[in-house]
Design a protein around this ligand. Structure first.
Ligand SMILES: [Zn+2]
Length: 190
C-alpha cells in the first residue's frame, strides 16, 4: 500500500480503528461524498466486515476505481457500497442516489458510528472535481446523514475534511455542513 492523490495518512481509517480499539465500538460505516472515489479507504476495509464503506463519486474519473461491482471480498463481501455518478447527472438525481445508497449501506451495516469523508470538491465551481453540486446540497446530504445516524446510532457522527479546491465554495459548503451538524447536536427544547 502506498500514498497517492493528495493523501499520505488515511484519517477516516485511523479514526475508525481508534473508535473500535479505544471506544470499543463494533460496526462502523464510513460515508465518502468526496467527488473522487475513496480507493484507499475501500482497500483498507475491503475484507473487513466491521467497517462498511459507502462512496458516491464521479465516474469515470480519477482514480478510476469505484465501480458498482466492487462490493468487498471474503468476510467483507457486501460491506462496500459504490455509487458511481456520470458527469451531467442533475443535482436532484445525485441527491436521490446519495439518499438511497446511504440507506442501503446503513441497513446492511447497522453502524454504531458513522464517519464522513467530507470532501467538497463535487461543488460546481471546483476546478478539479465538479459534479455540479451547489453549496446547499452539502447541507441536504448532512441532514440525510444525521437522519440515518439518529435511527441507527443515537446520532453519532464524526466528520473529516477531505477535498475541496475552490476556496470560496469550500468555505461556504463547510459552513453549511457545520450548521447542520451543530443544529443536530443542540439539545431539543421540551
Ligand atoms: Zn476529491
Amino acid at each position: 500500500m502506498k500514498s497517492m492523490g493528495f493523501c499520505i495518512f488515511n484519517n477516516v481509517a485511523l479514526a475508525a480503528r481508534y473508535a473500535q480499539r479505544v471506544h470499543d465500538l463494533g460496526r462502523i460505516l464510513i460515508v465518502d461524498w468526496d467527488v473522487h472515489h475513496g480507493n484507499g479507504t475501500q482497500d483498507i476495509f475491503y475484507e473487513d466486515e466491521s467497517v462498511g464503506f459507502f462512496s458516491i463519486h464521479r465516474f469515470p474519473f480519477y482514480p478510476g476505481s469505484g465501480d458498482r461491482s466492487e462490493t468487498g471480498k471474503g468476510k467483507g463481501l457486501g460491506s462496500t457500497f459504490n455509487e458511481p455518478v456520470k458527469y451531467g447527472t442533475t443535482r436532484s438525481q445525485f441527491l436521490q442516489k446519495f439518499r438511497d445508497g446511504l440507506q442501503k449501506a446503513a441497513e446492511a451495516m447497522r453502524p454504531e458510528l458513522i464517519i464522513i469523508s467530507a470532501g467538497f470538491d463535487a461543488h460546481k465551481n471546483d476546478p478539479i472535481g465538479d459534479i455540479g453540486l451547489e453549496s446547499s446540497d452539502f447541507a441536504t446530504m448532512t441532514q440525510d446523514l444525521i437522519h440515518v445516524a439518529d435511527h441507527f446510532c443515537e446520532g453519532r457522527v464524526l466528520s473529516c475534511l477531505e477535498g475541496g479546491y475552490h476556496l470560496e465554495a469550500l468555505g461556504e459548503s463547510v459552513r453549511l455542513h457545520f450548521e447542520e451538524l451543530c443544529r443536530a447536536s443542540t439539545p431539543k427544547e421540551g
